[in-house]
Design a protein around this ligand. Structure first.
Ligand code: ADP
Ligand code: MG
Length: 307
């Protein structure tokens, strides 16, 4: 008898969740990316107890049919790529078809969604990785995903979460970056019933920076606009008079995807070298646009780095 077995679906999903779903903030990142990929212009996020007990992402995107809603929670099920060649030119934030099944395998998960063709929305509820309930109901166009009791079935994972306020801060950081990547989309974040973040969705990056960081930052900005060797870099940097003691206000986006990049940090350091004190860092938000075929986005489990 063979010693090797193909793993049960639920086990495979939990293993994938180990890479993708580290904490509530990673769940929110995946869900908001899905909302953006679905063409949403309004995205509302709500969390309770740092997102560990409860989190919700509501969008006004294209929604899913009942059939698609059930497929969406299957592993390797995606509407975003089809052929291997598509991996070389990804235009969406997601592409692996792993987020929803991974999240659903480690939480109490509920999806509520309606397309404009459907009169009624569908509710798909998943517990312990298997579909528990499926019903129809009235709802707005778009999708809401509810995630409760994250890691309820993985106590070791749950134990490694930080305090409620730290998890809430990570969520705030994730949404801040996503909001800055799309000034054309209106974002809100409610933490324990209190509105803590709101962007206007005006399409103007400066309005978004002002809403998230306030006037002190917004008034210190200089415009960046460069084009060379097929690469376009736009955004804002602060005057040398405005600095911080950490890199918290240095953000880079490649084709609207937030990334961390030592290369970009080094470039910012080099540009400011003789102008600011050692150990201080300017504000910098750089939108880098490169031909999608020149970028490999499939190099990091949480897609935080690109090549
Ligand atoms: P991926 O984003 O890599 O395709 P996911 O597991 O995150 O994989 O989502 C699976 C599929 O479910 C997506 O390809 C998309 O078709 C659908 N989907 C997920 N979230 C939404 C949403 N908010 N609105 C519309 N469709 C969605
Ligand atoms: Mg996704």
């Amino acid at each position: 008898m063979a010693k090797i077995k193909i793993l049960d679906k639920n086990v495979a999903n939990q293993i994938a969740a180990g890479e993708v779903v580290e904490r509530p903030a990673s769940v929110i990142k995946e869900l908001v990316e899905n909302s953006l990929d679905a063409g949403a212009t309004v995205i509302d996020v709500e969390i309770i107890q740092g997102g560990i007990e409860y989190l919700r992402v509501t969008d006004n995107g294209q929604g899913m049919s009942a059939e698609d809603a059930l497929l969406a929670i299957e592993r390797h099920a995606t509407s975003k790529i089809n052929l291997a060649e598509d991996l070389a030119k990804i235009h969406t934030l997601g592409f692996r078809g792993e987020a929803l099944p991974s999240i659903a395998s480690v939480s109490e998960f509920k999806l509520l969604t309606r397309t404009k063709e459907d009169e009624l929305a569908i509710i798909v509820q998943v517990a312990g990785g298997s579909v528990k309930e499926l019903e129809k109901t009235g709802a707005n166009l778009g999708t809401t995903v509810f995630v409760e009791n994250l890691f309820y079935n993985l106590p070791a994972r749950r134990k490694f979460l930080k305090t409620v306020s730290t998890e809430a801060r990570y969520i705030n950081e994730v949404i801040t970056k996503l909001a800055l990547s799309r000034p054309d989309v209106k974002f809100t974040l409610k933490n324990n019933e209190r509105l803590v973040l709101k962007t206007p969705g005006s399409g103007q990056l400066q309005d978004c920076i002002q809403a998230l960081y306030g006037s002190e930052v917004a008034e210190a900005l200089l415009t960046v606009n460069l084009q060379a060797a097929g690469i376009v870099v736009t955004g804002f940097v602060s005057r040398p008079s405005f600095t911080k003691s950490s890199r918290i206000l240095q953000l880079a986006f490649v084709n609207k995807r937030s990334i961390t990049s030592k290369l970009v940090y080094r470039a910012i350091d080099a540009a400011y070298q003789s102008k600011i004190a050692r150990g201080t860092h300017p504000f910098a938000l750089l939108n880098i646009t490169i031909d999608t075929e020149q970028v490999d986005v499939n190099v990091h489990p949480q897609k935080q780095e690109v090549k």
